[in-house]
Design a protein around this ligand. Structure first.
Ligand code: PBG
Length: 328
């Protein structure tokens, strides 16, 4: 939103803070390459959220991180009854009913191979035989099984009270499939934030460490977008809107300002920009070695996302920004 002076200004209502959840009690453990971002158990998550709300944060995005031994080829821990995220959502909504809770819907943190869905037999067999997948797009998701798992995962979060579910597997028709299962089960008011234009990016490195979801073989270029293809990105956003997305997203943000700009000019649907882990780590590291003042550079890039047309900004800096805004 532009102010009267036509200047772009960030407010805490524009921001979404991502949280990484683990099982257990009293866990608050800093994530190695995401300094000041933590793995939280549910009880300490609730405590941290209290602080975030005081700063003015009203939206959070939840990711589940599970132990390796619970991962399998289908990622079934993502949607089993009473899964980690469903329990977290219930606990949050019970304590902070007004907080807008968004849950990430993807299997990459739950599959033993680290891909975003269930794999086609051919890819799976090669994995079993340990044959190196040479072709980038050798990794092919089993579409039907993946959509089925994502839908079940979304439904379990909706049942727990999530306001938004956010499919990020880049499986075709994932928004449609999720809208359908939510509607059929009486969750018409649960909304969907599509990770619509999600690029196969190098900037997800720290996140993949955080959720231990780096692909065991191959890469994600068979299902994520090529950064050289603007047209496809815009088409994916258009498709998500048609399938029922209430918010669409461009991810990453910093290297994709042109896509944000184009999408915001082209579509009326609220637009989110995801300032991803590698982008965060880059700024953090620069600040640490004295290249720039952290606060100043954070305001500069965050303003750029909004200037380009993002309505919502997902950032690991959300709490800091909210705090800095209050101190101004
Ligand atoms: C799940 C997912 C990823 C991110 C958000 N959801 C990782 C990936 O696609 O590998 C990345 C977020 C970040 O880097 O901050 N698919």
């Amino acid at each position: 939103m532009k102010t009267a002076s036509n200047k772009v200004k960030i407010s805490s209502g524009d921001l979404v803070y991502p949280y990484f959840l683990v099982e257990g009690q009293n866990v608050k453990k800093e994530i190695p390459n995401l300094s000041n971002v933590y793995h939280f158990s549910i009880n300490l998550l609730l405590k941290d959220i209290a602080g975030a709300i005081v700063l003015g944060i009203n939206k959070v995005l939840l990711f589940g991180v599970i132990e390796k031994r619970l991962k399998n080829p289908d990622g079934s821990a993502a949607y089993m009854p009473d899964n980690l995220i469903a329990r977290a959502v219930r606990a949050i909504k019970n304590k902070y009913p007004d907080l807008i809770v968004i849950t990430d819907i993807c299997l990459c943190g739950y599959t033993d191979h680290g891909h975003c869905g269930t794999l086609k037999a051919q890819s799976a067999k090669r994995q079993a035989k340990n044959i190196k997948l040479k072709m980038q797009n050798d990794v092919i998701l089993d579409h039907r099984k993946t959509l089925d798992a994502l839908s079940k995962m979304a439904l379990s979060h909706a049942e727990a009270g999530a306001d938004y579910v956010a499919p990020s597997a880049m499986a075709k028709k994932q928004v449609y499939a999720i809208r359908k299962i939510l509607d059929e089960n009486g969750y018409k008011s649960t909304r969907i934030m599509g990770y619509s234009a999600k690029f196969a990016s190098n900037f997800y490195g720290p996140f993949r460490e955080a959720v231990d979801s780096a692909p065991a073989f191959g890469d994600r270029s068979g299902y994520q977008l090529a950064y050289s293809d603007t047209k496809k990105a815009i088409q994916e956003i258009k498709d998500d809107i048609k399938e029922g997305a209430d918010i669409v997203m461009v991810k990453p943000a910093l290297a994709y300002l042109d896509i944000i700009k184009k999408a915001s000019e082209r579509f009326k649907t609220p637009l989110a920009a995801y300032n991803v882990s590698g982008e965060y780590a880059m700024i953090k590291y620069g600040a640490k070695i004295g290249l720039w003042g952290e606060k100043k550079v954070v305001f500069e890039v965050t303003t750029a996302f909004k200037r380009a047309g993002a309505d919502i900004i997902i950032t690991y800096y959300a709490k800091d920004i909210a705090k800095w805004i209050r101190e101004k």
